[in-house]
Design a protein around this ligand. Structure first.
Ligand SMILES: Nc1ncnc2c1ncn2[C@@H]1O[C@H](COP(=O)(O)OP(=O)(O)OP(=O)(O)O)[C@@H](O)[C@H]1O
Length: 800
């Protein structure tokens, strides 16, 4: 980028080509209509004399004179004008300039629109008149009819309009109403709402009626508005330029859709809801905390680690911090966050974290998708799912974080301790990347784990916010939480004042600064008649584990103790939360319970909770307790045995429900993008087994040879299933949009059977099945019924 500058002696000079965003000083930018070529100041005119406009050469046009003067009035030394700041003789520079123009306008400190056909009022004071005397000419200005001026209006945050005498008429906010009426562009877009939030059609409409000198420019001028890049090729014609633009837009859309594995915004809402709603007064203390303020305000403080014991309120604190940042940050700052949850395999791995953060980031600044598309255009969705996903994602992140166009960014990851797969890799990544750039700030939270501490210690500029060391603030926050919960109980259960006071006292003296303890006790009191409350209060021991122990004991006393145990054991080993319907299908003991399933789940209420018909653990610490403290009670035959039972049930469900063309698509060419699950979804119960049956098989550890006969039966069932249902299973995976996971699972199955002796027949079958899915995953992923068509046609005749 080359910039103009007026020297002390009034001479106009131009800088060398400034490469790299960091080398570019603040500048003003001109938006105008081109006049006759001969009258415009060109690059040659300016650069012809060692960067100085030759004295006695071409006269400096009034608009350029105006732009320089106005920049100086606004304390800007440099300014940019398209007529003379691009060396059009250099094809590469010209092409790069066209692709960079949107960014140059966006990054300008000021944008001046010079309206050569709008005179200001000759009389002082007339500007106060409503409508102002120049309004008609303003509305009719040809500036609003040109193609390139659309991006010049939308890209910069500040756009000011000037008359041909250089008088300021207003800016795009003060004249918002008029500009909206003239252009049809909604006020929200003029106010800076990211353009990606407007549909493709809406954005295309903004260009209607606008003209460009060259036909192709009608489409090239839109690339910035759609956050894509198309290299200009001026002889191609308008139709081809339009085709290339649409092609790029579609590829970008597809890429963003493939990155999405979960939407962290939805996860945040769900987590807040399941935890009973976010109470602002219980997190606001952090805003006055000096460690937090240091992280927020100091340039050198890049990584904040929020740490605390289970149930101390870290996740809710992070939710609060996100809300506060969102409402206080400038609109251009990017905020991306991710909530790890060990109980949900979709969001408990290092790749899921990077993918989720990336998704939120590219949704806010779609131009960053270019770094993903370099790989995604070739690899498709498998890029994020196959064995190399971590490598690919870290490379993409490196490019994103080094992108000079990346806005100021804040990245937040909650519950690192719940990242089950590849946590060390993630920690090393955070430690390294958080030391790289001042423009990217990080917040992470976790329990007080020494491993996490050791790895994060490698990051430079790290600060830690320990909830235990801020006991006073946390105690006050828990106090507010207790008051709110007790008021709610007193209201709902009609407590007398005395009882309300007793509950308040008991909770305050025993909570030990632990939100979760309060939440669990209040949940129990919520189903206790008020006459029993006093007696019950004495039974709640202080401390989380003691409380869980008591709850286990209580459950063990009930007549449904065994069913509850099976439900808890199965839910604990599932790889993600399932619906009640799916749980009934997976847990044998629930089959005879009939309509009482919800009652059984509520009997496990201290550990499980139901939300929108999905069964969740109340908290990760509840699940941890089952595996650590209560393992012998919950898993009397070991967790492997529960995996085996879930595996066996999975195959039974799948064998019963899978068949050819489950969604009655009929035509072989129906794309997955056009598939809507039928109202009564034939895969409702089999979604989970379809995706996870192999994981349960592997985690049941059949190769341990603990029970040889039973293991042979298990493997016999696998052989039988694959011979009868393999293709149906692939169709099912495609309908569940999980072919990528299927590929990984087949690899796992292949390793398993290889490690087992005397399994040659099964090994050959699995080897063939594995090859089949590897070769045809693309076709099957996009078109479920191609499983039975091209996939079979293009397979070797002798394939098993
Ligand atoms: N600001 C708040 N508003 C409402 N509820 C809160 C708030 N802070 C904590 N809680 C309650 O406390 C419980 C525990 O909080 P949270 O899940 O944030 O703890 P945590 O420190 O993240 O625990 P862990 O490390 O074990 O995951 C929540 O389920 C919720 O009921």
């Amino acid at each position: 980028m080359r910039l103009l500058k007026y020297e002390e002696d009034g001479e106009l000079t131009i800088t060398a080509d400034l490469v790299g965003e960091d080398t570019i000083p603040p500048y003003a930018i001109l938006s105008h209509r081109w006049g006759e070529d001969a009258g415009e100041l060109t690059f040659e005119d300016v650069a012809g004399n060692a960067g100085k406009v030759q004295s006695g050469g071409k006269r400096i046009p009034p608009k350029i004179q105006f732009c320089g003067d106005q920049a100086r009035r606004d304390s800007l030394q440099y300014f940019w004008v398209d007529t003379c700041c691009i060396n059009k003789g250099n094809k590469a520079e010209h092409s790069l300039a066209i692709r960079s123009m949107f960014r140059w306008y966006r990054n300008a400190a000021r944008c001046y629109v010079y309206l050569s056909d709008v005179p200001s009022s000759p009389c002082e004071g007339d500007e106060e008149a409503v409508p102002p005397p120049w309004e008609l000419e303003f509305r009719q200005s040809k500036w609003f009819t040109r193609g390139w001026t659309l991006q010049e209006l939308l890209a910069p945050s500040s756009v000011e309009f000037f008359s041909c005498q250089g008088k300021r008429l207003g800016d795009k906010i003060s004249l918002e109403q008029q500009v909206q009426e003239i252009t049809g562009i909604p006020c929200l877009a003029l106010e800076g709402t990211p353009l990606s939030q407007f549909s493709t059609n809406e954005r295309l409409q903004w260009k209607e009626g606008r003209v460009t000198k060259r036909d192709e420019d009608a489409w090239y001028s839109l690339s910035g508005i759609f956050d894509v890049e198309i290299a200009p090729a001026y002889s191609e014609g308008a139709a081809s330029a339009f085709g290339r633009l649409m092609d790029e837009i579609n590829k970008t859309k597809r890429c963003i859709r493939d990155i999405r594995h979960t939407d962290p915004c939805d996860d945040k809402k769900r987590i807040e809801d399941t935890k009973g709603g976010l109470l602002a007064d219980s997190y606001r203390w952090v805003l006055d905390n000096t460690t937090f303020q240091k992280w927020r305000d100091e340039r050198d403080s890049q990584l904040l680690w929020v740490k605390g014991d289970p149930g101390k309120g870290k996740t809710m604190l992070i939710c609060g911090i996100i809300d506060e940042l969102q409402s206080s940050m400038p609109r251009t700052t990017l905020l991306s966050y991710f909530f790890c949850q060990a109980t949900d395999s979709r969001i408990n791995s290092a790749t899921a974290v990077l993918r989720g953060l990336l998704y939120m980031l590219v949704k806010q600044q779609p131009s960053l998708v270019l770094h993903v598309r370099k790989k995604h255009d070739h690899a498709g969705k498998a890029l994020f799912e196959d064995a190399n996903a971590w490598v690919a994602l870290t490379e993409i992140w490196m490019d994103v974080l080094q992108d000079p166009g990346l806005n100021i960014t804040c990245l937040i990851i909650d519950a690192l301790d719940e990242c089950v797969t590849d946590l060390p890799k993630l920690l090393d990544f955070i430690a390294k990347q958080s030391s790289m750039s001042h423009r990217v700030k990080w917040i992470v939270s976790s329990r007080n784990w020494p491993d996490i501490e050791t790895r994060l210690d490698r990051a430079g500029h790290r600060t830690r916010l320990s909830l235990e060391l801020n006991a006073e603030s946390v105690a006050a926050a828990v106090g507010i939480f207790i008051s709110q919960k007790v008021d709610q109980l007193a209201h709902e259960k009609h407590y007398k004042e005395e009882l309300r006071h007793a509950v308040l006292q008991h909770l305050t003296s025993n909570a030990n600064n632990t939100f979760l303890w309060v939440a669990l006790v209040c949940q129990d009191l919520g189903v206790t008649a008020s006459r029993h409350v006093r007696n019950k209060l004495a039974l709640f021991p202080p401390g989380l584990d003691a409380l869980y122990k008591r709850m286990m004991h209580q459950m063990g006393e009930s007549a449904d103790a065994e069913v509850c145990r099976c439900v808890l054991a199965s839910t604990a080993i599932l790889y993600r939360p399932v619906t009640v319907h799916q749980l009934v299908a997976l847990v044998e003991q629930l089959k005879d319970v009939g309509d009482d399933v919800r009652e059984i789940i509520s009997l496990c209420g201290s550990f499980l909770t139901l939300r929108e018909d999905t069964v969740y653990f109340v908290h990760q610490s509840a699940k941890d307790f089952l595996f650590a403290e209560a393992s012998s009670k919950v898993f009397p035959d070991g967790a492997e045995d529960v995996h085996r039972l879930v595996f066996v049930n999975s195959l039974t469900i799948l064998s019963r429900t899978l068949h050819r063309d489950m969604y009655s698509l009929k035509a072989l060419g129906v794309s997955i993008e056009d598939v809507e699950p039928p109202k009564s979804d034939p895969l409702a119960a089999s979604r989970y087994p379809c995706i996870y049956w192999i994981d349960h098989l592997c985690d049941s550890k059949p190769k341990s040879l603990a029970n040889r006969v039973r293991d042979l039966q298990v493997l016999g069932a696998v052989d039988d299933f694959l011979r009868k249902n393999f293709l149906y299973w692939l169709e099912g995976l495609s309908l569940c949009k999980s072919i990528g996971k299927g590929v990984v699972s087949m690899e796992k199955l292949w390793s398993l059977v290889q490690e087992m002796c005397n399994q040659d027949r099964l090994a050959q079958l699995v080897q063939d099945a594995r090859r089949f899915i590897m070769y045809h995953k693309g076709a099957i992923e996009g078109y479920p019924l191609q499983t039975y068509a091209s996939a079979l046609l293009f397979s070797p005749t002798g394939q098993l």
